[in-house]
Design a protein around this ligand. Structure first.
Ligand code: SF4
Length: 348
């Protein structure tokens, strides 16, 4: 019996979208230049190319997987249509896909531990976008996810969401490995690859709008009007929720209260990136020192044990009075104050 495991589906999305994006780029186009009609052929070609690599042609070995393959083609085809719509509004353009650091000519994040050992972090960034604003090059990273993911400042603080911040920091610090210019961070975003199910609205246009909104990227954004407007050149003018980024404008053109809770100033973003690097370093120190305490966390009724393959080894069992560490929910301001107060004031 063949099984397609969940990670393979995520992998398939990544590779397929990467292939489609590279095809678009090789033709000298941006997504906004691609017609909707071209999307399904782009998706079919990409799935054909990518599936044998991932599952050794298992996808084509039965009707069931033929059906699954068609479903996957539908998902990435719809995703491509959304990338077109986002690209029409977005002034940031992709400059790299699947950018690996720690291999090839892009160095790893490296730090020396207190015992003199060198620790290297390696990784792969799904998509890197840039835009020039007032003679400054800004960079944004995009991570494709097969499940919905939102920004949670507590997760950043506790070290449950370090990856994107570390990746962004790497891109800024190692800018000379991929560009000749000085770069500044603009955002770290998640893009949910999915096939949306939305209830029909009054008009087809409204239904289409709801579909596009379901693909709105989530994540951390720098609170700078020029950067935010570059990421969606229509939302402010239309006084609407953006379909590209998690931003909504009020009638007077300012950000609504919910958006304000999520955006950060450049020094605050710097603080969060440094915190992620510090946590990576202290985790490496702890692992090197042999700290392997059975101390899982619990946050929002979620515990790593739920998907951990080592339960039979660690013997964590609440019936034996083992307790998970309860992590408190924290808002943006709580986290920033725990990290040293208002970074804007600190820098002045
Ligand atoms: S099952 Fe054990 S090893 Fe896995 S996360 Fe829970 S406590 Fe840690």
């Amino acid at each position: 019996m063949y099984r397609l495991e969940a990670p393979d589906i995520g992998n398939l999305y990544h590779r397929t979208i990467e292939h489609m994006s590279q095809t678009v780029q090789m033709e000298g186009k941006e997504w906004r230049d691609v017609s909707r009609e071209e999307c399904s052929s782009l998706a079919e070609a990409a799935v054909e190319l990518v599936t044998p690599e991932i599952q050794n042609a298992i996808l084509m070995s039965s009707n069931r997987y033929g059906y699954l393959k068609k479903k996957l083609t539908d998902v990435v085809s719809k995703t491509a249509e959304v990338l077109i719509e986002q690209s029409k509004r977005d002034g940031f353009d992709p400059v790299a896909f699947e950018l690996a650091f720690g291999s090839g000519n892009f160095p790893p994040v490296s730090f020396t531990l207190s015992n003199g050992a060198t620790c290297e972090l390696v990784g792969r960034i799904d998509r890197v976008d840039t835009a020039s604003i007032h003679d400054q090059l800004y960079v944004r990273i995009v991570d494709y996810k097969s499940s919905k993911r939102e920004i949670d400042f507590a997760e950043i603080y506790y070290g449950l969401a370090m990856q994107m911040l570390i990746y962004l920091k790497v891109l800024i610090e190692q800018a000379n490995a991929w560009t000749q210019e000085n770069v500044a961070p603009a955002a770290a975003l998640y893009f949910h690859v999915h096939r949306p199910l939305v209830a029909p609205a009054e008009t087809d246009a409204d239904t289409e709008r709801k579909v596009l909104e379901s693909y709105q990227m989530q994540g951390l954004l720098v609170d700078d009007p020029a950067i935010l407007e570059m990421m969606d050149r229509t939302a402010k003018h239309d006084q609407k929720k953006s379909i590209v980024i998690p931003v909504k404008y009020k009638k007077d053109g300012t950000l609504d209260a919910n958006t304000t809770k999520k955006v950060v100033s450049p020094p605050q973003l710097e603080q969060l990136m440094d915190h992620a690097i510090d946590l990576a370093q202290s985790s490496a120190e702890a692992m090197y020192d042999g700290e392997i305490g059975v101390e899982p966390y619990e946050y929002k009724e979620r515990r790593p044990c739920q998907t951990c393959p080592f339960q039979s080894v660690c013997h964590f069992d609440e019936a034996l009075s083992n307790e998970a560490r309860q992590l408190k929910k924290l808002e943006k301001d709580d986290v920033l104050s725990r990290l040293g107060g208002d970074a804007d004031e600190v820098d002045e």
